[in-house]
Design a protein around this ligand. Sequence first.
Ligand code: ADP
Ligand code: MG
Length: 637
Amino acid sequence: MNKKQKKTLYRIVGTGIIAAILMALKLEDPLNFILMMVPYLLIGYDIIIKASKGIKNLQPFDENFLMTVATLGAMILGEHIEGVAVMFFYQIGELFQSYAVGKSRRNISELMDIRPDYANVEVLNDEGVPTGELERVDPYDVEIGRVIVVKAGEKIPIDGIVIEGNSTLNTAALTGESLPRDVFSGYEVISGSVNINGLLKIRTTKEFGDSTASKILDMVENAGNKKSKSEKFISKFAKIYTPIVCILALLLAIAPPLFNLISQNPPLWGQWIYRALTFLVISCPCALVVSVPLGFFAGIGGASKAGVLVKGANYLETLSKVKTVVFDKTGTLTQGVFDVAGIHHGVLDTETLLEYTALVESYSNHPIAVSIAKAYHETSGKALDKTKLIDIKEVSGQGVIGKIKDESGILDFAAGNEKLMEALGIENVIHCRSVGTLVHLAINGEYGGHILISDMEKPESKDTIKLLKKIGIKDTIMLTGDIKAVGEKVGKDLGLDKVFSQLLPQDKVAKVEELLGAKKGNDAIAFVGDGINDAPVLTRADVGIAMGALGSDAAIEAADIVLMDDNPMNIVKAIKIANKAMRIIYENIYFAIGIKLLCLVLGAVGIANMWFAIFADVGVLVLAVLNAIRTLSVRKM
Ligand code: ADP
Ligand code: MG
């Protein structure tokens, strides 16, 4: 509990004691009234001040105004205990709610317990040589390329590469995945993971602000700023609702007594004013105003606990409306780790071809490029001599073009798909009979053979598609830049509804736009990709989901939702979480409005008195808050 909450608690207790004593004394008015004003002001002064500020700013119609008018009215009418009690229970409700919000906020930062507090950097002497000492500094002050030491039990503060030592890392706070990962020299590590056992020396590759942990924290902290449709609806609702209620209350206080006067009956002013005041107390929409944002907040928190980062409340809402999921192939449904299955029709010897291909691919981040580099290392055991590479250009969705210095002079060398060969005007392109991704090669404007590579489907992909169908996704579609044969095969293996192949990055955008144009009503379309050659699509879809945040910056930037690891099953998890959060939020909206309407009617006809109003109000608030907090515990689904 913070200071403010403690103060409220003291006020509540103090008011309770004083009011109880006064009730026991059973004093006569006006002494009783005067003394009762003491607990009344003690418990309600802040609300009265807020209400008068609202009046001064010409925006009087809020819950403070409702409370003040209703309770002051009750005090003057002689219902002192009621007047104090309304404020008393209202404050209890507020305290409860602020405690709950604080707790879920703390929960989120606790479960996002990835904020590093310090870094141990190697101290350098004047010549820039390590002295062997360590200095504990603010991670903000560590430059790129410095060596930091992370001891067992410490968090990795900054992204980097291990240069010495080996250990096991716990990435649970980042991925929701409790399986530890083994790391050793040469391994890329990300900030926010916890070093479990060994001592690691890490050379930083990013500044603290650009490191994974900072990025993720930024994202989670800013998530609350994006208001969802439901939240906007609530604030609009409150703006219209409050004045209407005030006018109705006024009518209730004046019209029936006037009518009685006209029909020459006793006017019963006191009774009708009391009913109007009760009506005002009941009408306070606090449960609604409080529980909806809290519901979203808790939903986002619950999701991040499960390794699903949602960048805003609006995306949680959209995700729950998704009926079509569009996937990228490489790296999303397949592992994006290719094995070289063969080198065919090569015009140079196999090893040289592989070396040159690896050279021109060496600046590409595409999974194909990475895999070819790996294959070269494994077969030759040598490192690439990058000085041989003179010029390099990547054509996204097609391949790479470069110049290589060779004993015989300078070679024009290109590696990529058929589209690239076409673009370069290469004739006699040979197709392969085996199904697999082909990297065609062109040397000095002539066809130079092809490398057949094969990717593997992720083991969870098939079940993911099956489960998506089960939770109500109507259409599953795959877009790929790869050739038709490969696309169709993956589509059939996994049970996808549709496959579109040989698409350039801009074709993927066009396809998604076509789907967006054809969709019905409220349905939404999600696109899932790894951020490589598909960042524009991630932005264009109703919700863009990036897989495996542990690596691709482009994906983190472009996506609305980031899955912390590469498992496609997390898509199912994300949609389930969104569905559950939205269900709870709507439950709260209907419940709060329903009970409110019922109480208002009962209050207007005189069945519900002020006590009933108090309990209805606090009760609904407490239940709505408890219900909202349920979204925090969506972990195992
Ligand atoms: P996907 O839709 O399967 O993720 P991309 O759009 O990333 O595929 O790439 C489409 C195709 O372009 C690949 O299948 C490959 O044939 C070719 N390609 C793209 N980048 C490269 C590269 N760096 N080297 C070779 N081929 C590439
Ligand atoms: Mg891709």
